[in-house]
Design a protein around this ligand. Structure first.
Ligand code: 13P
Length: 255
């Protein structure tokens, strides 16, 4: 029912030129992959050019953030409608770097998520605990709060169409991937909560991605976990070869 979903979060990397060269290469590398949803998230400046380069391919495009207002005097911000018009179908919301460096709270994540859905974008909502929270045994409680507050007000049909990314903060950019068992445990918990709060149908359709030091050599064991439906990849998504390897190795029997 859920085919694997692999998204590359480029963060603040790649010029327009580099982004277009990347997508042209990726296009031919993954042209025969029909059973994986493939998404790249360039910086805002390259969203339109990447969407053009990916047109009529099996590659989708995401922005990395948005502002919840439609338009107005909000210097430096970009709205969901603008992102959609530039050619993206997805938008990352609440990445831990936004939470930690730019003050995005669960309430802000909630507004951004609703705005994305309202404009017809699919939000990829990021949640995850810090190392201190894990060591204090608070992981599941933190995830509960982030889901409850971040997705507040959404109905079951909306939940079914969004993507949730579990990204333990201690695993991001550190080379320290969560073990498959740790990812599996967190994902099973998230799925259980989504079932309780939104119903089994919607929860079973929602894609749950793992993020944090995903590489070609650990993707297979991660997606072997029943509730891990794919990955949000940072560093390893910047190179066509390693990103393609991750896409190819994410394939498994659909659950
Ligand atoms: P890394 O894959 O570089 O650890 O980054 C993960 C991430 O933050 C994806 O959003």
């Amino acid at each position: 029912m859920r085919i694997p979903f692999i998204a590359g979060n480029w963060k603040m990397f790649k010029t327009v030129h580099e982004a277009v060269v990347f997508v042209k290469e990726l296009r031919s590398a993954v042209k025969d992959v029909a059973d994986v949803e493939i998404v790249v998230a360039p910086p805002f400046t390259a969203v339109h050019a990447v969407a053009e380069a990916a047109r009529n391919s099996n590659i989708g495009v995401a922005a990395q953030d948005l502002y919840w207002e439609r338009e107005g005097a909000f210097t430096g911000e970009v709205s969901a409608a603008m992102i959609k018009e530039a050619g993206a179908e997805y938008v990352i919301v609440g990445h831990s770097e936004r939470r930690r460096l730019f003050g995005d709270t669960d309430a802000i994540v909630n507004r951004k998520t609703s705005a994305a859905i309202g404009a017809g974008l699919t939000p990829i909502v990021c949640i995850g605990e810090t190392l201190e929270e894990r060591e204090r045994n608070e992981t599941l409680a933190i995830l509960d709060r982030q889901i409850k507050d971040g997705l507040d007000g959404l109905g079951a049909p909306q939940l079914a169409d969004i993507v949730v990314a579990y990204e333990p903060v201690w695993a991001i950019g550190t080379g320290r991937t969560a073990t498959a068992a740790q990812a599996g445990e967190a994902h099973a918990h998230i799925r259980k909560r989504l079932r309780q709060w939104f119903g089994a149908d919607a929860a079973d359709r929602c894609h749950l991605l793992y993020g944090g030091s995903v590489k070609p050599d650990n993707i297979a064991e991660l997606v072997a976990e029943a509730d891990v439906d794919g990955a949000l990849v940072g560093g390893a998504s910047l190179d066509v070869k390693s990103f393609t390897e991750i896409v190819v190795r994410s394939r498994r029997a659909a659950v």
